[in-house]
Write a protein that binds this ligand. Structure first.
Ligand code: COS
Length: 379
């Protein structure tokens, strides 16, 4: 692994940081308070090429690597974690599997509008009874001539409030269980497909997470992504890559917690001097700074390995596990350093604390990451 970034990677990081400072951070508290999707930001993100980061130029994207992607997600999340996950889910959970598993026709149809930000992508695997146990799908897709008829529901689906392109998983061979699941590409205006209630979540409130319902939705066979009954592999391979994005998001949140902690510790006076003089505060800042750096290394390592074309099941799970738990600790300390003020909405650490929490849950809980890591160690 090369620790030196290329000129292109450095340029992406600078672009993302400048944009995040100028356009993303000022909106973060408003999106959170109003649970509002940042429509206006997404258009600008597309102009910068951030909505098609690894989509090749022939399909209208930026054609960049996973390390650049991680840098962009980290910088956006440092300013607003909801904006970070919007970009992450779109790129890694939708653009990426279309690129990897899609037919030429599917790539032609879906990638360019997604890279231009005209069609936001949404990935729908989770159901009321299928979270960690992702194979326990209840959505069924029954073959009917050259179509499948889809019935069921999905919950907690990021981007769904605005998305036009969805990847949905359904059972095409229920007795086969995990080997009877198929992935489908489906468009928002398909009859019988309803984007339902917006989820009222603790954090990441601007990400447009919704429930989805399918009532006799007819999908042509051409909408199958990958192969019939091989959808679980599509889901797992996609989540391996997606976990780099969540790790990067958690690093961004951790860095924001560190930034806020340092700033406040230098300003706040107690016992006659800035609290940065107190060893109790210094140790918290030292621990956060060290853990952010460690999480960053794990995240870039997973991204660099992915760029080399290697399997990253282990590295992505380790990065996601450590970075998300780091973000939890970092934001907990940041609130503690701010004392009573940290418990109010007058300071950003209150939002960071809530936003960090879901990084330990979505795209696989910490328990699932430990299970994945252990299974890789013990195989
Ligand atoms: N990449 C590609 N294929 C994979 C894979 C991976 N990382 N992990 C598993 N698979 C394949 C296996 O090879 C197997 O395929 P075959 O039957 O063709 O050999 C199939 O998937 C089933 O594998 P396994 O038996 O290990 O699956 P389990 O049902 O035991 O599930 C866990 C494994 C728990 C790891 C999986 O269900 C999981 O990741 N759950 C969390 C889901 C999640 O992240 N949810 C959040 C939703 S998105 S916000």
């Amino acid at each position: 692994m090369d620790f030196n970034f290329s000129e292109e990677q450095k340029m992406m990081r600078t672009m993302a940081r400048d944009f995040a400072d100028r356009e993303v951070r000022p909106l973060a508290a408003v999106l959170d308070a109003e649970a509002r999707y940042p429509y206006e930001t997404v258009e600008k993100l597309a102009q910068l090429g951030f909505m098609g980061i690894f989509v090749p130029p022939e399909h209208g994207g930026s054609g960049l690597d996973q390390v650049s992607y991680a840098l962009v997600i980290e910088e956006l999340s440092r300013a607003c974690a909801a904006t970070g996950v919007i970009v992450s889910a779109h790129n890694s959970l939708v653009c990426y599997p279309v690129l990897r598993f899609g037919t030429d026709e599917q790539k032609r149809k879906y990638l360019a509008p997604m890279a231009r930000g005209e069609a936001i992508g949404s990935f729908a695997l989770t159901e009321p009874e299928a979270g960690s146990d992702a194979a326990n799908q209840r959505t069924v897709a029954v073959a009917d001539g050259d179509h499948f008829v889809l019935n069921g529901s999905k919950i907690f689906i990021t981007n769904a409030t605005v998305a036009k392109t969805f990847i949905i998983f359904g059972l095409t061979d229920p007795p086969a269980g995990v080997r009877g699941i198929t992935a489908f590409l489906i468009e928002r205006d398909t009859p019988g497909f309803v984007v339902g209630k917006k989820e009222d979540t603790m954090g990441i409130r601007g990400s447009g997470a919704c429930r989805l319902d399918f009532d006799d939705v007819r999908l042509p066979r051409e909408s199958v992504l990958g192969e019939v009954n091989k959808g679980f592999r599509v889901a797992m391979a996609t989540l391996d890559a997606g976990r780099i994005g969540i790790a990067a998001q958690a690093v961004g949140i951790g860095q924001a917690a560190l930034d806020e902690s340092v700033k406040y510790a230098k300003e706040r006076v107690a016992f006659g001097k800035p609290i940065s003089n107190l060893e109790a505060i210094q140790w918290m800042i030292a621990d956060t700074a060290t853990e952010v750096a460690a999480a960053r290394c794990l995240t870039y390592r997973a991204a660099a390995k992915k760029d080399e074309g290697d399997n990253i099941t282990l590295e992505a799970a380790q990065a996601k596990l450590y970075a998300s738990e780091m973000a939890h600790r970092a934001t907990h300390r940041a609130v503690q350093i701010h004392g009573g003020y940290g418990y109010t909405k007058d300071f950003p650490v209150e939002r960071l604390y809530r936003d960090a929490r879901v990084t330990e849950i979505y795209e696989g809980t910490s328990e699932i990451q430990r299970l994945v890591v252990a299974s890789q160690m013990l195989k």
